[in-house]
Ligand binder design. Structure first.
Ligand code: CMP
Length: 134
């Protein structure tokens, strides 16, 4: 089915000047950018976005990192967009990401892991609405 999913190009990838290379991966793999914006997340916006991770040991570092510089937030649309985007990103930990994936090619650590992508239809709906709702 045609789905929509939320993608974030994180501060490490923006700082590395690889926004275009990452977006190119989406486009050449059949995903269309249907919404996009560049912004620096406030603590409040980052904490709300990652609310499900509140209380996890990595939460504070995650929020610090995600507010450390500009990000590009976009909605990707296409056939099986949610799973397709996760396949293109590779594993959360770049050390475990398959060859040729975005994280294998552009990420350094589990926090500075280049991209975020929604992990299910439920989170995709919430996350798209969080940044582009109303
Ligand atoms: P992301 O897909 O943006 O969702 C939560 C983020 O927390 C994740 O990518 C990682 O960058 C970061 N993170 C740090 N440590 C962990 C961990 N142990 N498990 C999952 N995510 C982690």
């Amino acid at each position: 089915a045609i789905e929509r999913t939320l993608s974030i190009i994180k501060p490490d990838a923006v700082a590395k000047n690889v926004i275009g290379k990452i977006i190119s991966r989406f486009e050449t793999n059949g995903l269309k950018i249907v919404e996009a914006k560049m912004l620096t997340l406030s603590r409040e916006l980052a904490e709300g976005f990652y609310a499900e991770h509140k209380g996890r040991p990595f939460f504070e570092d995650l929020v610090k990192f995600m507010t450390s510089g500009p990000v590009v937030v976009q909605v990707l649309e296409g056939e099986n967009a949610i799973a397709k985007n996760r396949e293109l990103m590779g594993a959360t930990n770049p050390q475990e990401a398959a060859e040729g994936t975005i994280r294998a090619d552009f990420a350094d650590t589990i926090d500075a892991n280049a991209v975020h992508g929604s992990d299910s239809p439920t989170s995709a709906e919430r996350e798209v609405n969080y940044f582009f709702g109303g």
